[in-house]
Design a protein around this ligand. Sequence first.
Ligand code: NAP
Length: 242
Amino acid sequence: MTLLDGKVAVVTGAGQGIGAEIARELVAHGAQVVIADLDGDAAHSVAEELSGTGVACDVTSEEAMHALVADTVRAHGHLDLFVNNAGTTRDASLKKMSVADFDAVVTVHLRGTWLGVREASAVMREQKSGSIVNISSLSGKSGNPGQTNYSAAKAGIVGLTKAAAKEVAHHNVRINAVQPGLIRTPMTAAMPPEVFAEREAAVPMKRAGEPKEVAGAVVFLASELSSYITGTVLEVGGGRYM
Ligand code: NAP
């Protein structure tokens, strides 16, 4: 018997990076996984590798998020875990950031996570069971220069997680957040190498994290190992900002 035997999970933004690794770890622990991503080809390719289902889904679309949850329940009969992982960055100083850059980032992270929480919790509260994990960031705790949009959105995910967790706790639905630090993915590969090196040097463990190390925290929050844990924020940052 593995940790997630018989569980059905959805991971957004799972076509690459942390989301794809979360999907891999969930499958390794026995779950069936629906891989959703803006890029349908990327979602299908990860799904093929994991014998899961790949879906093109824009998390900012109310219709698409409703369909993602409804189709999963239609196909599998239940929904046990929903991971709001999709994310994007449009870094710029306050002097240079446009309203469009601010809105785009806040919309993907905050509206996307809120839609995922609303749709998934509606099913889970009827089932009287389920776990939702929202991927925030240590940037939302510490604030990163050049990321006023991203830091605001990631801090917002913490408030949303706690408010929603209080609303559905008595239905046996748990909602938690994970705050990764500096993790090696296509998102951070886009950073200037000197900025990456400077951030890595500031990590007490003296290295960036791997996507698998974030996925391990998600597996814990998804499973019965965390059955009495809700509304919390689990930091996966090698000791950064403790
Ligand atoms: P990534 O490699 O850029 O992957 C993010 C995925 O989300 C991409 O496949 C992207 O698709 C997808 N996505 C973007 N907008 C979407 C939308 N509207 N609907 C559906 N999917 C969308 O980034 P990552 O590093 O794995 O990050 C995953 C999560 O962890 C994000 O929430 C990020 O903010 C968070 N995080 C990352 C780090 C880090 O150091 N890497 C640290 C803290 C938190 P496209 O490629 O097609 O746009």
